[in-house]
Design a protein around this ligand. Structure first.
Ligand code: SF4
Length: 328
């Protein structure tokens, strides 16, 4: 079975962008691959979160991953910082990565603009740690959204460089395209993100979601209910694409174009369909929150499996690059 590796950041509460972009795919991929799924808390440090908030976010994301259907018996689910080999390998790869390669990463520029008071070195070398995350498990496949494709290309380049300098060691990871590469936020202007405050939370109740949807952007040319709309330019309609069946979606499009369907009713339909997905996840998450010991055990077992696999790689890497074995 080919091996797959993917990570999700514990930044704020999970939203449907995380769900569609990562978790839905993880549930599917766990049956097709030997899967390593990580909550990448070391990456989250680049945003300098409050320590208590980070710990809380790690737990909540782990709960979300499991409540969404990832099975810890089938997939290895773990927290990145519980496997110290990630940072060790990241340093080895940092020493192989030309500055110019990192300078080309557009995400660094985007993130720097987003946190101008905290442009730290970790933000710049983030893609190297991401490469370490992947190659530490010698993963053949990596599911990525379109905004991560540049980082994956860097990872592949780094693998080629390592194999060229030190001898064949890592497989070149291949992209598995995400089925929902980009989920826009409620503002319709940027990608859904907690930090932009434009998200639909995965654990929100139906009422909370409806409240947010009320203020969400629709077709900007449709100012009154009597105006005919164009669903293709409407952000709400794009969400229907993920959560609404084909027949109802076609009826919505017709109703919008003919002005028979108002935006409020269209949003109510979306809220109902969202609840069909979110309701059971929210219930399973509530059960997990009541069992903190069980969550700890699942993550400890995942970290144990991940560390064993990571150490196998690091024994080889240390030997290849000329480092001594660590003292036990
Ligand atoms: S009816 Fe629905 S698809 Fe049409 S503009 Fe309103 S929210 Fe968008």
């Amino acid at each position: 079975m080919a091996r797959i590796m993917s990570g999700v950041q514990p930044t704020g509460n999970l939203h449907i962008g995380n769900y569609l972009g990562a978790l839905v795919n993880w549930v599917r991929l766990q049956d097709q691959y030997e899967a390593y799924f990580s909550i990448v808390d070391l990456h989250a440090l680049t945003g300098r979160p409050e320590p208590a908030a980070l710990r809380h976010a790690v737990r909540e994301v782990a709960i979300g991953v499991l409540a969404s259907g990832v099975d810890p018996e089938r997939a290895t689910v773990f927290v990145q910082s519980h496997v110290p080999q990630h940072t060790e390998l990241a340093w080895v790869l940092t020493c192989l990565t030309p500055l110019g390669d990192l300078n080309r990463m557009t995400q660094f520029k985007d993130k720097s603009q987003h946190q101008p008071d905290n442009i730290n070195t970790g933000l710049f070398t983030y893609p190297v740690l991401q490469t370490a995350d992947i190659v530490l498990y010698r993963a053949d496949r990596v599911p990525v959204g379109e905004d991560q494709e540049q980082h994956l290309e860097l990872a592949r380049e780094t693998v080629r460089r390592f194999n060229h300098v030190y001898g064949e060691t890592f497989p070149e990871p291949q992209v598995v395209k995400s089925s929902a590469p980009r989920v826009m936020g409620l503002d319709g202007e940027s990608k859904m993100s907690k930090s932009r405050n434009n998200e639909i939370g995965l654990f929100e109740t139906a009422d909370e979601t409806m409240l947010k949807l009320r203020g969400a952007k629709t077709d900007p040319a449709r100012l009154r209910k009597t105006d005919k709309g164009t669903p293709e330019v409407c952000n709400i309609y794009s969400y229907h694409g993920f959560f609404t069946g084909e027949v109802q979606r076609a009826a919505i499009a017709t109703g919008c174009r003919s002005a028979q369907l108002g935006c409020v009713d269209c949003k109510k339909l979306l809220a109902q369909n969202l609840e069909v997905v979110k309701g059971p996840i929210r219930e399973r998450a509530a059960v997990l929150r009541e069992q903190p010991r069980r969550l700890e055990e699942i993550l400890a077992a995942g970290a144990h499996r991940a560390r064993a696999e990571a150490e196998k790689t690091m024994v080889l890497v240390r030997e290849r690059v000329g480092l001594g074995a660590p003292r036990s």
